[in-house]
Write a new protein. Structure first.
Length: 250
């Protein structure tokens, strides 16, 4: 869907950009003229995505969001190439299914991995790209969170806690970085993406039946919300925006 808002001369970084939700965000922004910086460890997949996007001058990086040095190097590259950045979408994240009462099943290794990527990685990206976001009269950060951060219902306890931490970071940094940088969390419920497609069909149908709008979100639903926050909903910071079809109502 096209709009009358042009994002020409607009540079957006999307971490986890080659995944299901990330690629939908990249396509939505590129459709309005944005230049995309696709950050993903799957560099070949990211390059295929970049070549499919409308426009030119897109950039692909396999910098790890858990590496301060790699993010610093990427920031220097982007400073030289673009001079500044308008939008950072912290979309990269990991999880693994562990039922909540299986306390031994949620290992220390997985807890550390989840927080290292989901929370620390998101914070590290804001820290690394802060000066780039300040260049063009300020910028926007969208953190892809989850309603699991407030409902406590999700793939495992650590995942839920990491998303709650992201929402807390959104509020804290919205206060700290205002008025030049806006911070917003976009919090989906179940998304019919790569993770969901691996789940049992009967279980997914149960999730649909528990959603008032009678379907799961699509990656495009999330992408549309990111686009709206970045372009139209500009008197917003520190907010947690759900994309859940009313799931917490049931």
């Amino acid at each position: 869907m096209m709009s009358d808002i042009s994002l020409s001369n607009y540079v957006a970084i999307v971490t986890g950009g080659a995944g299901g939700i990330g690629s939908a965000i990249c396509r939505r922004l590129a459709s309005e003229g944005a230049t995309l910086v696709i950050v993903d460890l799957a560099k070949e997949k990211a390059q295929v995505l970049a070549s499919s996007l409308p426009g030119e001058n897109h950039f692909v990086s396999n910098a790890s969001i858990t590496s301060h040095e790699e993010l610093k190097h990427l920031a220097n590259q982007l400073q030289e190439k673009y001079g500044g950045v308008d939008l950072l979408v912290n979309n990269a994240g990991i999880t693994t299914p562990v039922v909540h009462d299986d306390l031994d099943g949620l290992t220390d290794e997985w807890i550390d991995r989840i927080f290292q990527t989901n929370w620390r990685g998101s914070f590290a990206c804001v820290r690394a790209f802060k000066e780039l976001l300040l260049t063009n009269d300020g910028g926007t950060v969208v953190n892809i969170s989850s309603i699991a951060g407030t409902t406590g219902v999700g793939s495992n306890v650590a995942y839920c806690a990491s998303k709650a931490a992201i929402d807390s970071m959104t509020r804290s940094l919205a206060r700290a970085l205002a008025p030049k940088i806006r911070m917003v969390s976009v919090a989906p419920g179940w998304v019919m993406g790569e993770y969901a497609k691996r789940m049992d069909k009967a279980y997914l149908q149960q999730q649909i039946d528990m959603t008032p709008l009678n379907r799961l979100a699509t990656p495009e639903d999330v992408a549309e919300t990111v686009w709206a926050v970045a372009t139209n909903l500009t008197f917003m910071t520190g907010n947690i925006v759900p994309v859940d079809g009313g799931r917490p109502l049931l």
